[in-house]
Design a protein around this ligand. Structure first.
Ligand code: GLC
Length: 756
């Protein structure tokens, strides 16, 4: 009796406690319950506002002062709203007409925007989104890790998770909750400017690295966004946003798997691709979004448009007669959030009032958005504080991870007994090249960082060789406007040096958007070094002194002259803030390189469409006129200062297939070897690649040590998209390969017959 009395008392107390507090503010309720209550209180304008995203106020202030209106249309990174002042935008926010933001670069602005949102009638906090692609690198004072292509070359999925988790910590310290990452596009075309932003050409590696990134981000407390869905990396001419025309089989076999893997890992958001796919723009592609992602894969999250890509249905793809029609098409195709700008609000409200879109469809998106916000806890914790930011961003632990990631991402491509150098051998060192002493080493999606936080190669070299006589010949930052005088100076200095180092590559910094040669919207019609860089290499090499070429780039570069004439070549990709230190440590042998290529490096653009997992007939006829059909360097390839031998391959012939081999470090140096497992389905109803990566392991081996490595292949590992366009397993012969790269000469092979 007494218990019942107290139960009733508690229920009454809790009821009256909440009587004056709306249910959606009751954090003891579930996100779904809170969202339902809040939705029931919202006007149509407030609902449509939640689906809308704006760029940040400072972004508007900056760009409206430097960009003309017609520059606005073609720019995919800088925006503002002609006719709208900052105070107009602030008023819209207070009216609850903006649900999220992007390109907000400071915690102060994030807090300010949040405050404006909380002043709205229902006080719904906003989501601050940002492209935190390799650390929250657009924000000053945050940690900048290597970009994805370098990280993929580490084949270290645990490292991908750690970087993502640390990135999420720094983002939340900045009061930012949504990153538009991971990019899990399969990159097979180096003409495309965004290869550096991807995990390379292999669907299996891209899937694993992407999923670990998503997990790290979301377990770190922010929303991940898998992008770009789909095939922006495989447009017809290698340019970003150009049409992609791919068979369903190629989509399902090559391009879909990383997205499906991330959806099944519960990625919170998804971003369609700029381009059309087989005649239908991805931003109005109901089949892609609703059928494939939501129905087939079970995607439950938010679909956010890419930059003005809904409007591009009208002004680029011409499948919508005006922006209002474009909004209608995109919403009916399943898009929940519009990136970005004020035209959305009134047009979408009109569409609902006209019956072109049901309010039920709007509620579906708003429900997703609200539940997402409740799950993030930003109703209870809408702000961050400077002491939190200053204690987390660029903290020693994150710096150490960034340095380790740089060390593990740098690929040694060629070394004819030059590296590591012995300081006593080389007293006078000349270093030159556009990327020798520039912040550009951080790569695309980075903004300038405190100078003391940045390790260029020049700084790194002085650190590891304090006694050396180092002569830096500055070639400027801009590969398209190099000075012949400075090239001549480098040539002269090379004659006097004992060792020459050239740090070449591309220019990716967004602060000089139109002068870049690498990164988003810098697609090229060839993959040679831009400007006088090849001339610089040839004239320095002509000195006859040992010369090291270091490449800083996101895309593979066809450095054929250097490959033939220089004794040492390092592909450092975009190694981040600590890249210069890591490169210097590798040059002097403090670090033993271990990375291996996650993407093929062709000789030149004529070979493009060159990737390791090609179909059997790809090179049935090699090119004529002595033109090579082989890449400069293949997928999975990378040198170490150690040497390794593979032996004793053993493969069971029943499922699950157990694969084992031994690896011996045959050198005097401790090192790490990335062992790779490939399969080939010898005979099949549908053509199958000559090899497919199905496993890899980073194996640490001390000098002389031998270790056994083991892999397990399941029936699912052997499946492929069969004649019915569904995954099938076909009994028969399989070739199992283990070794140091995708090159046949680097692989132990055994053929088995799986007969059931
Ligand atoms: C860009 C990119 C996309 C990015 C977005 C916001 O156009 O395509 O990857 O997330 O705009 O910066």
């Amino acid at each position: 009796m007494i218990v019942a009395f107290f139960l009733v008392l508690v229920m009454c107390l809790s009821a009256c406690h909440h009587a004056d507090t709306p249910a959606y503010k009751d954090s003891t309720l579930t996100p779904a319950q809170r969202a339902e209550d809040l939705l029931s209180r919202m006007t149509l304008e407030e609902k449509v506002g939640q689906m809308n995203q704006f760029v940040g106020l400072e972004h508007i202030r900056l760009n409206s002062s430097v960009m003309t209106e017609d520059e606005l249309y073609r720019n995919t990174a800088s925006g503002y709203y002609p006719g709208y002042s900052i105070s107009n935008v602030e008023e819209m926010i207070r009216e609850g007409k903006v649900g999220s933001f992007l390109h907000v670069l400071t915690m102060e602005e994030a807090n300010h925007l949040q405050q404006l949102c909380l002043e709205s009638r229902l006080g719904i906090p906003c989501l601050i989104g940002i492209d935190a692609i390799h650390g929250n690198a657009k924000c000053y004072g945050n940690t900048v890790y290597p970009t994805h292509i370098g990280l993929a070359c580490s084949f270290d999925t645990a490292l991908a998770y750690t970087i993502a988790r640390q990135t999420a910590q720094e983002m939340r310290a900045m009061n930012m909750y949504w990153t538009f990452d991971p990019n899990v596009e399969v990159a097979r075309d180096p003409r495309w400017g965004r290869v550096g932003e991807t995990f390379g050409e292999d669907p299996y590696l891209v899937s694993l690295m992407g999923v670990q990134t998503t997990r790290g981000l979301q377990e770190g407390g922010v929303l991940a966004c898998v992008k770009h869905f789909i095939a922006g990396s495989q447009s017809q001419n290698g340019t970003n946003g150009a049409p992609a025309d791919l068979s369903e089989r190629t989509l399902r076999q090559v391009f879909f798997p990383p997205f499906e893997a991330n959806v099944r890992a519960s990625v919170a958001t998804l971003m369609p691709s700029h381009n059309e796919l087989n005649g239908i723009p991805c931003h109005s592609n109901y089949d892609l979004i609703e059928n494939t992602a939501r129905r087939d894969w079970g995607f439950k999250g938010l679909v956010i448009s890419d930059w003005m890509d809904i409007e591009h249905l009208h002004d680029l793809h011409f499948t919508a007669v005006d922006n209002k029609d474009a909004f209608r098409q995109a919403i009916l195709a399943g898009i929940d959030v519009h990136m970005h700008g004020p035209e959305w609000n009134e047009a979408v409200c009109q569409l609902v009032r006209e019956g072109a879109i049901s309010e039920q469809r709007i509620d579906q998106s708003v429900r997703r958005i609200l539940e997402t916000k409740f799950r993030l806890g930003i109703f209870e914790h809408p702000f961050s504080r400077a002491e939190i930011r200053d204690s987390i961003c660029f903290c020693p632990e994150h710096q150490q991870t960034a340095l380790q990631a740089a060390q593990q991402s740098i690929v040694l491509l060629k070394n004819e007994n030059l590296l590591p150098i012995h300081p006593e051998q080389y007293h006078r060192i000349m270093i030159t090249g556009i990327n020798a002493d520039d912040e550009n080493i951080m790569g695309d999606w980075s903004e300038p960082q405190p100078e003391e936080n940045l390790w260029t190669v020049v700084r790194g070299l002085h650190t590891v060789l304090p006694q050396a006589d180092i002569h830096f010949v500055d070639q400027g930052w801009d590969p398209q406007h190099m000075s012949p005088t400075q090239v001549a100076r480098a040539e002269a200095e090379a004659q006097k040096a004992d060792l020459n180092i050239i740090v070449a590559g591309e220019y990716m910094m967004r602060k000089r958007w139109m002068e870049r040669t690498g990164g988003e919207d810098t697609d090229r019609s060839n993959i040679d070094l831009v400007g006088l860089q090849n001339q610089l290499i040839e004239r320095v090499a002509a000195s006859g002194k040992p010369t090291i070429l270091i490449l800083i780039s996101g895309r593979p570069l066809g450095v054929t002259y250097a490959a033939e004439h220089l004794p040492a070549i390092i592909q450092a990709w975009e190694p981040g803030q600590f890249g210069g230190l890591a490169i210097a440590q590798i040059i002097v042998g403090k670090v033993n390189p271990s990375a291996k290529l996650a993407v093929t490096i062709p000789r030149h653009v004529g070979q493009v469409g060159m990737y390791y997992n090609h179909l059997p007939s790809m090179y049935f006829h090699p090119y004529a006129a002595g033109e090579s059909s082989a890449p400069l360097w293949p997928f999975g390839y990378g040198l170490s200062y150690s040497t390794f031998r593979y032996s004793n391959l053993k493969v069971s012939d029943t499922l699950p297939i157990r694969v084992s081999a031994q690896i011996t470090n045959t050198s005097q140096r401790d090192g790490v070897e990335i062992a790779q497992l490939y399969i080939r389905d010898r005979y099949s109803a549908i053509t199958r690649p000559v090899k497919e990566l199905k496993g890899f392991k980073r194996v640490a081996l001390t000098a002389g040590e031998t270790k056994q490595i083991e892999f397990v292949l399941t029936r699912q590992d052997l499946q492929y998209i069969g004649p019915e366009m569904k995954p099938v397993f076909e009994p028969g012969e399989f070739e199992i390969m283990v070794g140091a790269s995708s090159r046949d000469e680097d692989l132990l092979k055994q053929t088995i017959n799986i007969d059931k």
